[in-house]
Design a protein around this ligand. Structure first.
Ligand code: NDP
Length: 222
């Protein structure tokens, strides 16, 4: 049994991660801005009122977890806004938001909680293959793609940073998932995506730290 923290746990993929981790017996710390009824129904410790872009929130979260050993951390919270090249100047706030949540969020949450991690702990960053430069064959989605490319780079640096402490970092793409983010289009449901992410998390080791994988196990190009 492990203590595993999930951000963005009130809905979507994060809710499913929390559900499945709790069902298998992990002690889940479900972090969110606002709890949902579905999350409240789970056997999880809920830490609400936490915005991953807010310094005071992160300090508050670290304080609430004083004395708690974290064996797993899923940086899942994320946001998608549309990008239209012609409207670039009007959409810069959306770009900044995506950068704040998707790129800086995982780094800031991990930094805030790093002293709660121990040798053998693992950090998952839920990124996207839309952040892969090699895989960008269709263009568009500037802000989202740029934010996820940035978190991929940050995640690899984090893997180097934390390896001497015996902590592994994995960059994980959930697949194209039916959640609010995709308007419930997508190829798989959140349950299937979360199950794959948990398998990849379980496989993650210091040997594979800094790798970029699809929830289905496929290694992804940067
Ligand atoms: P959802 O839109 O369903 O959920 C997003 C979650 O992130 C919500 O819990 C939301 O909380 C939380 N969140 C957003 N902004 C903040 C913030 N500032 N502080 C704290 N929490 C925040 O998305 P998904 O479940 O689909 O996405 C989960 C992750 O998977 C994201 O990182 C996303 O980029 C990634 N992903 C998803 C794909 C998909 O096909 N769905 C594909 C590839 C990657 P709140 O309810 O308060 O807004």
């Amino acid at each position: 049994m492990a203590n595993v923290l999930v951000t963005g746990a009130n809905r979507g993929i994060g809710l499913e991660l929390a559900r499945q981790l709790a069902e298998r017996g992990d002690r889940v710390i479900a972090v969110c801005r606002e709890r949902s009824d579905e999350l409240s129904a789970l056997d999880a410790r809920i830490e609400s009122g936490i915005d991953v872009t807010d310094r005071d929130s992160l300090a508050d979260l670290a304080g609430r977890l004083d004395g708690v050993e974290l064996h797993g951390l899923f940086n899942n919270a994320g946001v998608l806004r549309s990008s239209d090249f012609d409207a670039l100047e009007d959409q810069l706030d959306d770009y900044r938001l995506q950068f704040e949540v998707n790129a800086l969020g995982p780094l800031r949450v991990t930094r805030a909680l790093v002293d709660r991690l121990v040798e053998g702990s693992k950090v998952a960053i839920i990124t996207s293959r839309m952040g892969s430069i090699a895989d960008n064959t269709s263009g568009g989605h500037y802000g989202y793609r740029m934010s996820k490319a940035a978190v991929n780079m940050g995640g690899v640096s984090l893997a180097h940073e934390l390896k001497p402490r015996g902590i592994a970092v994995g960059l994980l793409h959930p697949g194209y998932v039916q959640t609010d983010m995709t308007g419930h289009t997508g190829h798989v449901g959140p349950a299937e995506a979360a199950a794959g992410l948990i398998q990849r998390f379980d496989e993650l080791s210091l040997e594979s730290t800094g790798s970029f994988r699809h929830a289905n196990g496929e290694a992804l190009d940067w």
